[in-house]
Design a protein around this ligand. Structure first.
Ligand SMILES: Cc1cc2nc3c(=O)[nH]c(=O)nc-3n(C[C@H](O)[C@H](O)[C@H](O)COP(=O)(O)O)c2cc1C
Length: 166
């Protein structure tokens, strides 16, 4: 893996993300990965930041609340479509997604979280902020469209401490 600037592949990342990326977390005991489609990269508090959104119902939420970091592994082409679908529908409460799919679990540099080795680009992020989405904070139509079951997202602001190209 080669270390690159966090924004060097921004175009590829922003195109790939809505199709799916792997959010990887560890609570120190258990590792998990889940598919994400929403997120944002930019500058906040003078730092490069990757913002992710995790709903309360996710096993990932349970783990990330015990963690101080996460990684995001991004495929640039459609070669992991089946794996993204699996990790976006099965819960790590019931299975080991790396094992079930035969994915390569790598250890990230600088943070205690795994990576999905088959991906093209990886972000290692240290959590520097956390914010709960509430009905007061967003437009009413978004509440009815996205949160009619009260299963809100929590935003995690991850300072990008490493970006790695396969
Ligand atoms: C394309 C796609 C994008 C998704 N994006 C998100 C997301 O940004 N945030 C989220 O909480 N769940 C998202 N999900 C749903 C989770 O991946 C899914 O509920 C997963 O099974 C949760 O796994 P876990 O219980 O092991 O954490 C997405 C699913 C798909 C298929």
């Amino acid at each position: 893996m080669k270390e690159v600037m966090y924004n060097e592949y921004a175009k590829e990342v922003l195109e790939a993300l809505p199709k799916g990326a792997f959010l990887n977390v560890s609570d120190g005991n258990e590792d998990n990965t889940m598919t994400i489609g929403w997120g944002s990269i930019g500058t906040m508090w003078n730092r490069p930041v990757f913002i992710i959104m995790v709903r309360y119902s996710r096993y990932t939420y349970q783990l990330i609340e015990q963690a101080n970091c996460f990684t995001v592994s991004i495929p640039f082409t459609a070669h992991l479509k089946k794996e993204l679908a699996y990790c976006g529908s099965k819960s790590g409460r019931d299975c080991d997604k790396w094992q079930d799919l035969g994915l390569t679990k790598l250890k990230a540099n600088k943070v205690n979280a795994p990576l999905v080795g088959e991906c093209d680009l990886h972000y290692a992020c240290k959590i520097i902020g956390r914010q709960e989405v509430t009905s007061q904070a967003i437009m009413p139509d978004m509440v009815t469209t996205f949160y009619n079951d009260d299963n809100y997202h929590v935003l995690y602001y991850g300072e990008i401490v490493g970006t790695y190209l396969k």
